[in-house]
Structure formats: C-alpha cells, structure tokens
Design a protein around this ligand. Structure first.
Ligand code: FES
Length: 333
C-alpha cells in the first residue's frame, strides 16, 4: 500500500512526519533506546546534539536517570479465561481476566495484545485487537478468527492464555482523531470482517461524545457477534448502523451519499489494504478536510520495533517501523 506521508519523507527528517506511539508513555524508553535506535531522540540515535521534534518529557534524560534501562518492559502473564464463545467454527471470542489496571490501559482505541497458548514458544505470539475492555470487572474481550497454526493453537486453550501488552498502534492516524475533540464530532467507522473488533472498542471510547455512524460488512464473521457487542447502550448512542457488502456495486454510492449528507469530521477505515486505498480515495475526494484513520495492516510480530517484520523502506534509504510509528499528518494516505 502507498502512504502519501512516506513520500513526503523524501525531503524532511523522519521525526518531522511521524511520532513513536510509545514516546513519553510508561513504556518509554524502550529496547530501542538501549541499542541506540530510538525513533524519536537524536541523542539515543548516537548523535551528540538534540534535534528532535518531541515536545514531551526528554526521553534521553529519562533514560540516563533510569540507569539506561528499559522502562516497564511488557511481560507475559497468565490470564484466566472467563468465557469462550464459539460464534462459528473459525470465530471465537475469549473473555480474559486481566485485572482492572490492565483493562483500563487496554481500553484505549487501537490497543492490541500478544496472545499465545500456555507452554507455546515465542513463535506462537499473535497480535489480537482488543474488542472490548470492561474496567469494572477487569476483563478484556478478544475476537479471534482462526486462520492457521497460531490461531489453531489458541483454540485448544480452555483455562488460561498467556498475554503481553497492551500495545497501542493498531490504528494508524488515530492520534489526530483522539487529540482534537469538539462537541458533537461526527465520525464514520467502516469495518469489514474481523475489523469490527477494533471498531467496537473505538465506539466504546467515543460514543459518549461523538455522533457515530457505522458501516459494517459482516463477511467472514457473524451477525450474532455484532449484535452481542453492539448492545442497547451502544446502539442508542450510534446514529446509524448500515450492514452492507463493500464489494457490492451500490456500496460506494451509499457511502458517498452518507459522506456528503453528514459531512463527517473523522472517517475510520477498519478494512483490508485494498479497501483502505479505495475508500481512502473516496474520503479524500468527498471530505478533503476530514481526519482519516485506518487499521494498521502491517505484519506485526514483536510490537517492540525489534524484529523488522513491519518495516517499510522509504525514499532516502530510511526504514520505518510501522508497529511503533504514527504519522503526524492529518491523513496518512
Ligand atoms: S513488529 Fe517487530 S519491528 Fe515492528
């Protein structure tokens, strides 16, 4: 997929076009600071001067004061399976007891966890979007589409899963949507298949303030799952929910008409790269000033900026780690 924000990086330093999602959080400085590969801090990239654009607490100072260690590294822990509901042969929802503090952190839109079966090696870690966070109970709800070895191994577990996280970068471009809040912000969420899982979490976080419309393509998932999680509270907070197959000819016309009539401030695309390109272009044509966010569909393997599976090479020979980077620009496409 082509990102316009990456092309813009030909002429400017990368830190001018993107941030690290973990910068300034409880997980900063991270492993990249230790090896001189911090995505933000020029001192922690081996330079002898500071030219970073970071406006938060100085990462270099935190690193030195913290004895040059990783701050609060994320660790695997066992989470009890509170319930396991099979919606289809290949679609299951686990409710895990992770504790209230963890559930609260995992409630941030775009959060995902690494999950694996007990006793499985690190090769089996799989990133799964948080679908719902229940802070009162200390539970998180994870929808898992069974595809291959890793997800099949997860399906065997009935008592506990090994969990690590939460990680924050499941959605690209969400920072702009979360940062600037005005009253009655109008948001459109378009989700296809398992993309509904992060969509439900966004809805949970924004429904108190935003007017939210949703377009849902339930191909490969289950209507029952959607109705279980778009409960009465969520339904009443949402303006319109439309169910449609995005591949249908008339789908684009319906979306175009909704965009023209409602004039959304935000559009969030939780779909495959094919539909991100297609619907991203539609959004930019109809709503050029809207904030656009999209699911982070890069192959995420460690989530820590270490393994390189999510990297893209950009003009100028730079490499961007998409598990950590958030673009500054209003629209990443
Ligand atoms: S997922 Fe490993 S570097 Fe991004």
């Amino acid at each position: 997929m082509s990102y316009g924000a990456l092309d813009a990086s030909k002429s400017v330093p990368t830190q001018n076009i993107m941030n690290c999602i973990d910068a300034g959080t409880e997980n900063c400085p991270c492993y990249l600071a230790v090896t001189g590969d911090c995505l933000v801090c020029s001192r922690l990239q081996g330079k002898h001067y500071c030219d970073c654009e970071w406006h938060g607490v100085c990462i270099y100072n935190e690193f030195i004061q913290g004895n040059r260690k990783v701050n609060n590294p994320r660790q695997d822990f066992e989470a009890k399976i509170v319930s396991k509901k099979l919606y289809k042969e290949d679609l299951v929802v686990y409710v895990l007891d992770v504790g209230k503090g963890f559930a609260m952190k995992a409630g941030r839109p775009g959060s995902y966890l690494f999950v694996k079966a007990r006793g499985a090696s690190g090769f089996y870690d799989i990133p799964i979007s948080v679908m719902k966070s229940d802070v009162e109970q200390g539970y998180v709800h994870l929808a898992i589409k069974v595809i291959s070895t890793k997800t099949k191994a997860l399906m065997q577990e009935e008592e506990k899963l090994l969990v690590r996280g939460p990680y924050r970068n499941g959605i690209q471009g969400l920072s702009a949507i979360l940062a600037k809040r005005k009253k009655e912000t109008k948001t459109l969420i378009i989700a296809k298949g398992i993309g509904i899982a992060p969509g439900i979490l966004i809805n949970q976080a924004l429904m108190a303030k935003d007017h939210i419309d949703m377009i849902i393509d339930t191909e490969k998932i289950s209507d029952e799952l959607v109705s279980d999680y778009m409960d009465d509270e969520a339904q009443s907070a949402i303006g319109t929910i439309k169910y449609m197959a995005l591949a249908d000819e008339e789908a684009e016309q319906v979306m175009e008409s909704m965009m023209r009539v409602k004039g959304y401030d935000n559009v969030i695309l939780l779909v495959s790269d094919y539909y991100i390109e297609k619907l991203g272009a539609l959004t930019k044509r109809i709503l050029p000033s809207a904030n656009l966010a999209m699911s982070n569909n890069f192959h995420i393997c460690c989530g820590e900026g270490l393994c390189g599976s999510c990297t893209v090479d950009i003009p100028g020979g730079k490499t961007i780690k998409m598990c950590k980077c958030q673009f500054h620009s209003k629209s990443s496409l």
